[in-house]
Structure formats: structure tokens, C-alpha cells
Design a protein around this ligand. Sequence first.
Ligand code: FAD
Length: 391
Amino acid sequence: MHKKLLIAGGGIGGLAAALACARAGWSMELLEQSPVFGEVGAGIQLGPNVVKVLREMGLEPGLQRVAAYPSQLEVRNAVSTERLAVFPLGKVTEQRYGAPYVSIARADMHTLLLDAVRQHDSVGLHLDSRLAGISTTDHSVRVETVQDQAFEAPLLVGADGLWSQVRKEVIDDGAPRVTGHLAFRAMLPQSTLPVPLRSQVVTAWMGPDFHAVHYPVRAGEWLNVVCIVHGKVVGDPQSWDHSANAHELRSRMSQARGALRDLIYAIDQWRLWPLCDREPMGSAAEHAKGRIALLGDAAHPMRPYLAQGAGMAIEDAAALARCISETPQEIPHALQRYAEMRWQRNARVQARAIQNGKIYHLKGLAQVGRDLSLKLLGARLIDVPWLYNGP
Ligand code: FAD
């Protein structure tokens, strides 16, 4: 039988799915609405659970070339600047979980995946191809694009992100919810920063109604900074990359002190993301229906406070390739197994991310209690064995 599929979306999730499926002997057409493949200038962290999957996809040598391998994660109070806890990464993570913890520019991750996908003649990459219509029969799914192309295959994977169109075919639950949190992001060469602000570790600063995280990317040569504040959406939430005003960020984080304050005053160029998510998944039915499966943000958009959105998309991709390859002649069953295999883990990560956001932004007595717990229990509170051990 001919093992063929369609993928909507060429972000990290769609490309990871293309790579995992191509390596398992599938041929496919991938439709991406943008005129060029690319990712914006920001970073992501990838836990050992994700690095293990990337290793299985043959991407570890590429990661070693372009990612950073921070030695530890530090948690600090953004107002007192006190160091509250240290969680060892580096060798400790490798020994405990069998893979390192890495931080990488999104564009570099995307390029690693795209280059690997391009090694497979079985993948047709179609840019400027925005999904317009989807119809299913007993044996296939047909998609049409705004540009009047048509494609047909026994299954369709919706990796079309937060505002997924494919999602409507699986579960019609309206638009994502606006969280009321805004992410200001910057990525810049460390050499442009004063020496005391350069860093090779992951640092999380917790303040009242805000937090900030920074970590090295590009083999440690660049620093990625993300600040999360409470605020209204400026402009259209679907346009997820607004130019941002440095003065606005500084006033929203006016209580920040020490190196964090110096950092936000040292950076003038920020980009702004209004953060949206959905309720944690409630059942496998939200992951797949018939011959259509959802993957990554299309299935389970989450707040970035566990740093695992792209990670879960990559885990989804590996699970999907495995399930459809086990029973390629029974696609609806294969997708059902995929959904059963993934939904609870994705729901748990979504829920934990929401909880983390609340903890990071605590005020008053609750904040005092949080800081005390972190000082007493430290790494034990930060570690997430069920997550880092992998699915
Ligand atoms: P997307 O990246 O949104 O890709 C979807 C693709 O589909 C896009 O290329 C889009 O153009 C295309 N598309 C959309 N509609 C159509 C259509 N109709 N037809 C054709 N193509 C279409 N994750 C981590 O793992 N670690 C982190 O540290 C981390 N930090 C983050 C920090 C912030 C501030 C934010 C906002 C997110 C962070 N994430 C992190 C989450 C991560 O970025 C996302 O979960 C991940 O990029 C989702 O990938 P995706 O491929 O599912 O979706």
C-alpha cells in the first residue's frame, strides 16, 4: 500500500512530523501558507525529553553545532534579586534523564528540521499554500488551497498552529482564549551587552505580576530574553509579532532591580506577543477524528511557562509516525491510538504551565511563602521527572 499523507503547516511541529514520517517511509505533501519558510528571532528551551526525540530523528549533531547547553537554571526574586534556587542542568540532566537540556534560537531549530526534511525526496514542500477547504470520504481527505491547488491522501495532519483551521474539522470549540499576559522578547549577541549581563545559564526572575527568563542561544553567543507582564492585547491577537515599546516594558516592570533592571534598560528592540491558550485537553477526541489528526499548538496551545510547547509538538510528531506506521492500512485506528497516547500528557503540560504562571507572579504573603519553599526545597520543586523522563 502507498503510505501517503498531507501536513498543513510548516512550523516546528509540521516539519518534525514531516521528518519523522519520511524516516518511517511515508511520502507527503506539506502545505505552508507563508511565501518563505522561517521563524522569528526568539529562542526556545528544549528539555531532555525533547532532545531524546531529536536524537532519534538524527538531529543531535546539528543541535551540538547551533544550540547552547546551559549548566544550570537559577531562580531569582526580581525585586530583592535574591537567588532562591538552583537546578543543575548540564551533566546532571544528562545522567538523570539520558539527554541534555538545551536552549536554541527558534530559527536554528526550524532550519535543522527543514534541512533534514529536504534530504527526503518523498516530501513535497509547498509554500504560498494556504488551506481553504477540507473534505473527507471513507478513504481519503482532500484539501484545497486559497491558491486553487488540490491535494488528496489517506490522512491529514493539522500542524497549523494556534489559529488552526484544521482544528475545526476535529473539534469546533471556537477561538483560542486571550490570557491577558503579554510576552516581550528580544534576542541579541552577548557581545553587545555589558560583561556583567552576559550569561550562560538559564535565569528565571519572579516578580509581582511579571516574570522574566533569559538564556543563551547560538552556541552561547547570543542571549534570548523574554519578559511576561499582565496587560491588554495591543492590536490583533492573531498577529503574534507586534513591534514593542521598550518604555512600556520598563514601566510595567518598574519594580525589577539589579541585573534584570540593567538588562531591560540595555535592550531597546523588543517584539511583543499577546499570549493565548486553550483549556487543557479534555479527551482524546480533541486530538484526532477519522482521518484527521492535530499536532502541536493546533491541538494543545499552552502558556510558555513550562517551556514545552514546541517540545510537545516534537513528541507528537514522533508518536504520530510510530502509530501510522504500525497499521498504515487502518488510518482511523492508527490516529485514534495516537490521540489516546498523547492527550493526557499534553493536557498535563498545559495545566502545569498555567499553574507555573500563577506561581511566578505571586504577590504579598503568597510570594513570601513561595520564596521560602524555593529556598528550602530548591531543585526538588523545579524538577519535573514525569515530563523530562519522556512519554
Ligand atoms: P506554529 O509554530 O504556529 O506553526 C504553524 C505553521 O502553520 C506556521 O508556519 C503557519 O504559517 C502555518 N499555517 C497556519 N495556518 C495555515 C493554513 N491555513 N494553511 C497553511 N499553513 C498554515 N516552546 C518550547 O518548547 N520551549 C520554549 O522555551 C518555548 N518558549 C516560548 C516562549 C513564548 C513567549 C511563546 C509565545 C512560545 C514559546 N514556546 C516554547 C511554544 C512554541 O513556540 C510553540 O508551541 C511552537 O512553536 C508550536 O509549533 P507549531 O508548529 O505547532 O505551530
